[in-house]
Design a protein around this ligand. Structure first.
Ligand code: FEO
Length: 395
């Protein structure tokens, strides 16, 4: 059984990357990542997406295994980010007659990144090319994840080649479609991928979802992670909720602490929340936490409590970094509480309040500000903050 032919005439030719430690140089990859590419082999052959340049030889081996010495007529670029496009120059040396298909923005980037401006075919919204018994149609999906992003639709196979949309971190272990693997390990990695990579673009993702629903695909071939068939409703639901920034009930407490005093506030608030019957609760020490996991949880849950000490007349840097990551993703609303500390001059709590104002998040409780060391004298203030947060969550 050749499982790389995921549907008649449609071949998976992507690769796993289990060696890169940081995607985009930023985001951890504890379970690796896949760069997916697909061949549609009909009377003509189209290659949709490619892989990161360092894996180019594996891509060409996969292509040869699928179609032997047949030529490739079209190379469709759904997305120009180099994890999918950087094999294009080498591919062109192997297949000099290949026609590169992209929209106007794609072709401008193709020239800018790789100096390629010949042998291209520009397509617009709704344009199609015929491969014989199958056609490929192109629909724009700007900002999912770059402005040039588009998706490719093969109506005869009910298959959507969706670019980064519906992608996830995590290499694919053995199987390729979601019925050949255990999909449960991907849901958290999908949320983490979404929050880190596409999280800023909720509106564009919603527009793309509307287009995809209209097509009603039975197979979704993303650029990262398994090919989705059986799990399409769950995949659509995850992307829909995240792109609406709709948090599930749950609390993320993210804090920084130099000597453990602010940490004790975080622990106390978490304990008080649990006593109020709130959950789930996730506590992250920002000096040690993987920020991609914290971002994932911020996207997933509806309540965020942040605390930190004052440092150099401002907010403790690891906590400030988290706020920057959240602000860059324009998260529109969370139940937000905050706390902080100082030794001789207050600043952290003010900075956290300014963050809430900047985000236009409604203030639902008074912050707790501690001078110097933690003691039982602060229990009541932590209780009050937790009780107010719990009240909002139970509304
Ligand atoms: Fe997987 Fe936006 O590239």
């Amino acid at each position: 059984m050749n499982i790389t032919e995921i549907l008649p005439g449609i071949h998976y030719v992507g690769v796993n990357d289990r060696t890169t430690t940081r995607f985009e140089g930023l985001w951890s990859l504890p379970q690796g990542v896949s760069y997916n590419a697909y061949l549609v082999a009909d009377e003509k052959v189209a290659l949709i997406d490619t892989v990161e340049e360092g894996f180019g030889s594996r891509l060409t081996e996969n292509i040869r295994e699928a179609i032997g010495d047949r030529k490739i007529d079209y190379r469709v670029i759904n997305h120009m980010e180099p994890d999918h496009s950087s094999s294009v120059r080498a591919l062109r040396m192997l297949y000099p007659d290949i026609q590169i298909v992209g929209n106007a923005k794609t072709l401008q980037m193709l020239q800018g990144f790789y100096g390629i401006d010949t042998g291209t075919l520009e397509v617009k919204e709704g344009d199609s090319i015929s491969l014989g018994s199958k056609t490929l149609s192109f629909y724009m999906a700007p900002m999912v994840h770059w402005p040039e992003t588009m998706v490719t639709w093969c109506a005869e196979a009910g298959t959507l080649f969706s670019g980064d949309a519906f992608g996830t971190f995590g290499a694919i272990d053995g199987g390729i479609t979601d019925s050949q693997i255990d999909p449960s390990r991907y849901w958290d990695e999908m949320r983490r991928y979404y929050a880190c990579i596409v999280g800023k673009y909720g509106g564009p993702v919603q527009k793309a979802l509307a287009k995809v629903r209209g097509l009603n695909p039975t197979t979704i071939c993303s650029t990262h992670g398994p090919v989705w068939q059986r799990e399409i409703p769950q995949v659509m639901d995850v992307y829909d909720r995240l792109s609406r920034y709709e948090g599930e009930p749950g609390v993320v407490i993210a804090y920084g602490s130099m000597y453990g005093n602010t940490e004790q506030m975080a622990e106390r608030i978490a304990r008080e929340l649990a006593a109020e019957g709130v959950g789930p609760i996730f506590v992250h020490n920002m000096s040690y936490a993987d920020e991609s996991i914290v971002l994932r949880d911020v996207f997933r849950y509806d309540t965020l409590i942040v605390g930190g000490p004052t440092y150099n007349g401002g907010l403790y840097p690891p906590v400030a970094r988290l706020l920057d990551l959240i602000a860059a993703r324009c998260v529109p609303q969370r139940n937000f509480g905050w706390f902080g500390s100082f030794c001789w001059a207050s600043a952290a709590v003010r900075c956290l309040g300014e963050f809430a104002q900047k985000m236009k998040w409604e203030a639902i409780c008074e912050p707790v500000e501690m001078k110097q060391g933690f003691s039982p004298a602060w229990h009541e203030a932590c209780h009050a903050l937790a009780a107010r947060i719990a009240g909002c969550m139970h509304r």
